[in-house]
Design a protein around this ligand. Structure first.
Ligand code: NAD
Ligand code: UDP
Ligand code: UDP
Length: 343
């Protein structure tokens, strides 16, 4: 058997140089919903490189086949085009449940669908987990804290969310997803993990994502005006995507079942953030102030004591380093777009 495994490993490593080959005992079948999206595709890379079998379920609303195409054809990988609002029947050991639009312009495009995805979709995933006895990790969000009255936000804070505002489809959708997770845990014994993810950035963010990182970088790269919504005094704390993936994998491996913040506690005003990007890109872009958006949270910074204590996790990538990689990614994407427009 060892000889056979070595032979297969040799074949795999020829096609996919860095894939390890796990023996059957350690290899898991892992479902990643939303695996063709920004965060999901980085997580898929990590799980595939560790030698697991990975099934991606995605309806390609905001995700793209391109994000995972390098795995298509690999024997450990499967890409399923499916909308999680409808039931799905698979046999898996672990589920990372990431399917949901994440950027405000995307989730506001179809608020009803955003609610259905986070409620009905999450029920289907928890129903599946219950049937097959899989561990589930739910991708929740710092938005469950709304426009917070407590700063920094720790997991014990219950939040301050407008239930009928333009962000409610997402914020309340995720709050129900959390409620559902703990109801399935208490009533049905499902093993759940809840990650409250704070603002994350990196390569493979959608060009038209509309979030601040992609907007500012693209504006700076094209010498367009950098658009600040409102005074620019509102704050956010940005984490690089590889740190988030480390945190998600550590959470899944742990026995910790309470919600846990995964984010980088280094906080900046949006105005400072615009200047940092302007400086890193070296652009002449003007910085302009546009109207404030409704219900925009004014301050956001994670308290990550829980993640440090229970997962031995903290972010490693400094903001400037992560931004440089992301700027290079967007510069290449712009070149590709220009090239395809010419042809
Ligand atoms: P993304 O939009 O890039 O990825 C979401 C993926 O889910 C996409 O591939 C999309 O096509 C898929 N999807 C959406 N609705 C679906 C449905 N009904 N059925 C099947 N697939 C569906 O977003 P992301 O930034 O990668 O976010 C991933 C997860 O992390 C989301 O659940 C999001 O709420 C959460 N999150 C992200 C951030 C962040 O800053 N990126 C912050 C907090 C929470
Ligand atoms: N479900 C699913 N896949 C499964 C098991 C369940 O999609 O493998 C869906 C099923 O359609 C159901 C939901 O998950 O509507 C919740 O399942 P649960 O067992 O809690 O509810 P019930 O089937 O008893 O209504
Ligand atoms: N923002 C901005 N200009 C932009 C996009 C966003 O000033 O072009 C602001 C936005 O109002 C918010 C912050 O940047 O205060 C983060 O916005 P994003 O949409 O990235 O994420 P979220 O509000 O969900 O944290």
């Amino acid at each position: 058997l060892q000889h056979l495994e070595a032979k297969i490993e040799n074949k795999v490593s020829k096609d996919f140089p860095t894939v390890k080959f796990l023996n059957y005992k350690n290899r898991k079948r892992i479902l990643v919903t939303g695996g063709a999206g920004f965060v999901g595709s980085h997580l898929v890379d990590r799980l595939m490189l560790a030698g697991h079998e990975v099934i991606v379920v995605d309806n390609f609303f905001t995700g793209r086949k391109r994000n995972v195409e390098h795995w298509v054809g690999h024997e450990n990988f499967e890409l399923v085009h499916h909308d999680i609002v409808r039931p799905l029947y698979l046999e898996v050991d672990e589920i990372y449940h990431l399917a949901s639009p994440a950027s405000p312009p995307h989730y506001m495009l179809n608020p009803v669908k955003t609610i259905k995805t986070n409620t009905l979709g999450t029920i289907n995933i928890l129903g599946l987990a219950k049937r097959v006895g899989a561990k589930v990790l739910i991708a929740s969000t710092s938005e469950v804290y709304g426009d917070p009255n407590e700063h920094p936000q720790s997991e014990t804070y219950w939040g301050h969310v407008n239930p009928i505002g333009p962000r409610a489809c997402y914020d309340e959708g995720k709050r129900v997803a959390e409620t559902l997770s703990y109801a399935y845990m208490r009533q049905e014994g499902v093993s759940v993990h809840v990650a409250r993810i704070f603002n994350t950035f990196g390569p493979r963010m959608h060009m038209n994502d509309g979030r601040v990182v992609s907007n500012f970088i693209l504006q700076a790269l094209q010498n367009d005006s950098i658009t600040i919504y409102g005074s620019g005094k509102q704050t956010r704390s940005f984490q690089y995507v590889s740190d988030l993936v480390d945190g998600l994998v550590a959470l899944m491996a742990s026995n910790y079942t309470q919600p846990i913040n995964i984010g980088n506690p280094v906080e900046h005003t949006i105005e400072e953030f615009a200047l940092i990007i302007k400086d890193l890109v070296g652009t002449n872009s003007k910085i302009v102030e546009l109207a404030a958006v409704e219900d925009d949270p004014q301050r956001r910074r994670p308290d990550i004591s829980r993640a440090k204590k229970y997962l031995n996790w903290e972010p490693k990538v400094p903001l400037a380093e992560g931004l440089k990689t992301t700027i290079m990614y967007f510069a290449k994407e712009l070149q590709k777009t220009k090239h395809s427009q010419k042809n």
